[in-house]
Design a protein around this ligand. Structure first.
Ligand code: SF4
Length: 362
């Protein structure tokens, strides 16, 4: 029997919680639902909901955005990217071009796209030009890029890949001395692709309750109820509170596309540093499609920028759940959606943008 959000809230209210319990989510969609449904204020005061590393645009390293800007500005190419990426600022001197949007305004041929199919179409329509697809995203966004490559793309299309896996960031937090949370709500869409088993390490290695959730308040509250009960009863298991979509083993077709086209490598996360086994890279079969190899001088220059962050930007702390968005020193001051300093205020999946959209102004 399915329960309503109100019924789940009643069940949570009835739990004998005596200490503060911090629950982390790692999905921008989860954070959006939690914030927009007002779940933080509806839950008992003992429960703290922490937004974690759930925004792929926010973790895309500054040097990759810089590289995309420089390629678009200085090479006779068409650069295509998912829309959110266009407004992400890089840390350059005043007067220099600091985003793909500004590069576009300066004359670069940059086109926002919503899917890899659009990248293929643009390449077909511009056969005489190189099209570079700047593809930043987590597993759910990177899987269609893998499918696109596996199914064959026009000769003039290459990929500047900045794909990331979510679980290694959570593993890094859990391996640290102060993870900062007591239970995990795992991302439903990622589990749909990769399989819920990917999150089993949270329970087995770290003895922490975990539950996979969908995007409705009901599914999120069911997952929260599950992890709270596990904590109270001393049980530990990975619960699947999104069974209508998440299946054991995930999506084998998507996983075959990954295996065919990409390797998993250590990767830099914006402001965080290198996280082992957390990045997708085009494999040996697809080197001819790799824009990093096609334009090596840009790769060399941009790599030297690793670790760059705009002054005052606390995005890395927000991404890791160390502070809430409005605890950033410049939230709502120097940094607003109209004039973003960090990507967390740009992307629809960024915690700062979500909190701002819900009316949090300070
Ligand atoms: Fe980054 Fe702006 Fe959010 Fe601060 S307010 S964490 S600079 S996006």
């Amino acid at each position: 029997m399915k329960l309503s959000a109100k019924e789940w809230l009643d069940k949570i209210q009835a739990l004998p919680l005596e200490r503060k319990i911090k629950i982390m989510n790692v999905c921008g969609g989860h954070e959006r639902s939690i914030t927009m449904a007002g779940l933080r204020s509806a839950l008992p005061k003992h429960i703290e909901l922490i937004p974690g590393p759930g925004c792929p645009v926010c973790v895309c390293p500054e040097e990759d955005v810089y590289q995309a800007i420089q390629l678009a500005l200085h090479e006779p190419i068409i650069l295509v990217a998912f829309g959110d990426m266009l407004r992400v600022p890089v840390n350059v001197a005043k007067g220099e071009i600091r985003s793909l949007d500004e590069a576009k305004a300066a004359g670069a041929d940059i086109r926002p796209i919503a899917s890899p199919a659009e990248a293929v179409q643009i390449a077909r329509e511009n056969a005489g030009k190189t099209v570079v697809f700047f593809a930043a995203g987590f597993e759910t966004t990177t899987a269609p890029v893998a499918a696109m490559l596996a199914e064959g793309v026009p000769e003039n299309l290459s990929v500047l890949l900045s794909g990331r896996l979510t679980w290694p960031a959570v593993a890094m937090l859990l391996d640290s001395e102060l993870p900062g949370f007591d239970a995990l709500v795992a991302p439903g869409h990622v589990a749909t692709v990769m399989g819920p088993e990917e999150w089993q390490f949270v329970v087995e290695k770290h003895k922490m309750p975990a539950a996979v959730a969908g995007f409705s308040p009901e599914s999120l509250l069911a997952a929260m109820y599950s992890v709270l009960r596990q904590l109270l009863e001393g049980e530990r298991f990975l619960d699947n509170c999104y069974p209508e979509v998440v299946r054991t083993g995930g999506n084998p077709v998507a996983q075959r596309f990954f295996a065919h086209t990409m390797d998993i490598v250590d990767a830099n996360w914006r402001g965080v540093g290198v996280i082992p086994h957390s990045g997708f890279e085009l494999n040996a079969l697809f080197q001819a499609r790799n824009a990093r190899l096609q334009f090596p001088s840009y790769e060399d220059v941009s790599r030297k920028r690793a670790g760059q962050m705009p002054p005052g930007c606390d995005c890395a702390k927000v991404v890791l759940g160390k502070i809430y968005p409005n605890q950033c020193r410049i939230y709502g001051k120097a940094c607003t959606p109209r004039s973003p300093v960090g990507p967390c205020m740009v992307s629809d999946e960024g915690a700062c943008r979500i909190w701002w959209s819900s009316g949090v102004r300070e």
